[in-house]
Design a binder for this molecule. Sequence first.
Ligand SMILES: [Cu+2]
Length: 355
Amino acid sequence: MSRGMDRRGFLGVGGAALIATIGGRAVELRTPMDVAEADAASAAVKRPMSRRRSPRDAVDALTFGTPEPQPGGQVREHWIEAKSLSWDVAPTGWDALMNMPISGRRTFRAFAYRPWSDGFASPTGPATIPGPTIEAEVGDVVRMHLRNGDEHFGQAVTMHPHGLRYTPDYDGVYLGAYTRVGGFIAPGEEFTYTWEATPDSVGVWPYHDHGPNHALNMHRGLFGTIIVRERGARRPDVETALFLHELAPPVTRLRRSFECVNGRVAAGNTPTVRAKVGQDVAFHVQGADDMLHAFHVHGHRWQTPQGQFTDNQLLGPETLVTARWTEDNPGRWLYHCHVLAHMQAGMNGWYLVDP
Ligand SMILES: [Cu+2]
């Protein structure tokens, strides 16, 4: 648990090293120095322009409109700022599952999405990992105003949604010389994305940074959840969105690797989910790093989309497990990743069920 993480230790836990490709150069992120190099290269990336080495295609000259809601649908408007901040992975300083203190430094420079009120008038909450959950129904459009409010990294960021329908302008992806308007939001800039909730958008999805340094900034916390329902569908009584992800020493500059749920480590710091017998309960669990995880909840079973009963379901990068049941089993339960090294290093939390 308190094992120091040297370079070899990190590679041992993480498997393959993280790699960031920035400005035409691939940097293997083995040490904090490598990460500093990737950050500097990324801060130096200029707004993309057409270059001879990237020949234009007819598709690059296409222009696109901005979608409106379908009849009966609504505009779901969000004002979100991307900002770096100091983040404590274990605010209680205590690992309640192992019944021991979490020693050593626990705070690092995270990068996260923060909700604001209309027109960026005032923040409505802190920046969090994950960012604010975006909800829509089929026929709605999501109008996402993203501001790059970061003053620390000096890098362009974006917001890229999964599951919703978008044109290339609203893809929110950096594509070198082919980058379109939404793919490079420089520090101090704002951009409005418009995304459609179509019938095949129903489900739970991630959104995340896909700017020039997304391979690193996603590891720092620039991700969140999108939930799309059928029009008028009832939401579960208890619905929680969890991300399983590692915070590794090259990224955090901390001594050890933290295996996290929503940017936090160990029961008591990770989300405590609470429900009552009889309630319709849904855990939406996504992977937010480069590894495989297995989501397990004690005392409960659910059905996979294929109709199989399970209590432990595999998930990988940016893929989803929804565990949903009608609650019938009161008590203190543990949820955790069943990769044992992850569970031991903090990828666990409480699920409390009242009678
Ligand atoms: Cu895991």
